[in-house]
Design a protein. Structure first.
Length: 399
């Protein structure tokens, strides 16, 4: 073989061994490769791992950017620090008046690339639920404590995930007890003592304990019963009284109320009294009444007479009043006096008044009765005792 022929043979063998330039790319046209954006490197995965370390880089696209002579595809890679999303959520029980329904919100989860999916497991053996929205509602079959798991997936490539587990308790609706009380001033006749009553407090589970704070820096008082809670204050004045009530649920719920009370001087009860004169003004069956013996420091704004003969009550502002009876007899006469400053304070007295038969003149121990009276010498006025009048009336009735 000539020398020139041998040279061509050697070149053919060499091209076969090392490959003809451009032949390796013949299977994929060069214009099908993508161009890597700025900051991305067209490199093989083997070289990317060698350069940055496994898991420390990300891929721009699934489309290759080139190919090695031995056929290994190149992709656009860039170094990255992998950030896992932070999962977090809150839950609200008793939604839409359904105590078994729970609505959870995972919007507090975070990731620089954003959250793409939320996966919920509610701890009652129900199926895992997924949503691309952060909120999700679930109805439990029974009361109890459940373990809720949220897993979130971010938008990175490849995607990263994060999860969090929390416990929630589903229980019957909680009712806060209603605290309320009344009070009575000057109970026991002591102007510094107030009696409290918490019977108006209520709760479906019942009230187990009552705690009183009387507003005078005295220690809080505990009671099992709502009634008959007396407290003596050091002085007159205005005090803020607080009542706390605990119901019988577990854990107990607490209701509170604060009221203001004003402790004033013990009011004086009016004293009612009266005198009367029979046959006054010389008219048989007419009686002149006088309420001047009644007493009260504030005075009176009204005198109310009930004469016992079926006539209507008489309201007057002066202590004296004259009444004519239809016939002789024994009448129960009642006087009610009303305090001038506090109309709620009244005094009452009832006396029996005997009206003798016509023609008999009788006087009683009345001092300064109102109205004119006959000026008859005392020695000429027969004084008849109550027993004598009764005897006369008895004889008259037998006739």
């Amino acid at each position: 073989m000539a020398g020139a022929d041998r040279i061509w043979l050697y070149l053919v063998i060499l091209f076969i061994l090392i490959g003809i330039p451009g032949m390796a790319n013949a299977a994929r046209p060069p214009d099908s490769y993508i161009n890597c954006p700025q900051g991305w490197t067209c490199i093989s995965s083997t070289n990317a791992i060698a350069r940055w370390g496994a898991g420390n880089f990300q891929t721009y696209s699934n489309n290759p950017c080139g190919e090695s002579p031995d056929g290994e595809l190149y992709y656009c890679y860039a170094v990255s620090s992998v950030t896992k999303p932070i999962a977090d959520f809150t839950c609200q029980t008793g939604v839409e008046n359904d105590p078994l329904q729970v609505c959870c919100d995972g919007s507090s989860s975070s990731d620089p690339d954003g959250i793409s999916m939320y996966y919920w497991t509610f701890g009652d053996r129900s199926e895992e639920m997924s949503s691309d929205r952060p909120g999700f509602c679930h109805s439990y079959p029974n009361w109890g404590t459940y373990t809720v798991t949220l897993q979130v997936v971010d938008r990175a490539f490849p995607p990263q995930s994060g999860s969090v587990i929390k416990s929630i308790t589903v229980q019957p609706p909680v009712t806060i007890p209603t605290a309320d009380f009344t009070h009575s001033l000057h109970c026991g006749g002591n102007q510094y003592q107030v009696c409290f009553d918490a019977s108006l407090s209520s709760d479906p589970d019942g009230i187990s304990r009552y705690y009183w704070t009387f507003g005078d820096r005295s220690p809080e008082v505990y009671s099992d019963e709502p009634k008959d809670i007396p407290h003596t204050y050091p002085s007159l004045g205005t005090y803020s009284v607080t009542l706390r009530v605990f119901d019988r649920s577990s854990p107990p719920q607490i209701g509170t109320i604060t009221k203001t009370i004003t402790l004033t001087t013990l009011p004086t009860i009016p004293t009612a009294d009266f005198t009367y004169q029979l046959n006054c003004n010389g008219i048989p069956n007419q009686v002149c009444y006088d309420a001047s013996p009644s007493s009260d420091p504030d005075g009176f704004n009204q005198y109310i007479w009930t004469f016992g003969d079926g006539s209507s009550d008489t309201h007057v502002v002066q202590p004296g009043y004259t009444h004519t009876y239809p016939s002789s007899g024994i009448y129960a006469v009642t006087l009610t006096v009303v305090d001038k400053e506090n109309p709620a304070q009244i005094g009452t007295i009832t006396k029996s008044v005997i009206i003798p038969p016509g023609g008999i003149t009788v006087t009683t121990t009345a001092s300064n009765p109102p109205g004119p009276r006959p000026k008859t010498p005392g020695s000429m006025i027969p004084v008849i005792s109550a027993l004598g009048l009764v005897a006369i009336l008895s004889r008259k009735m037998r006739k």
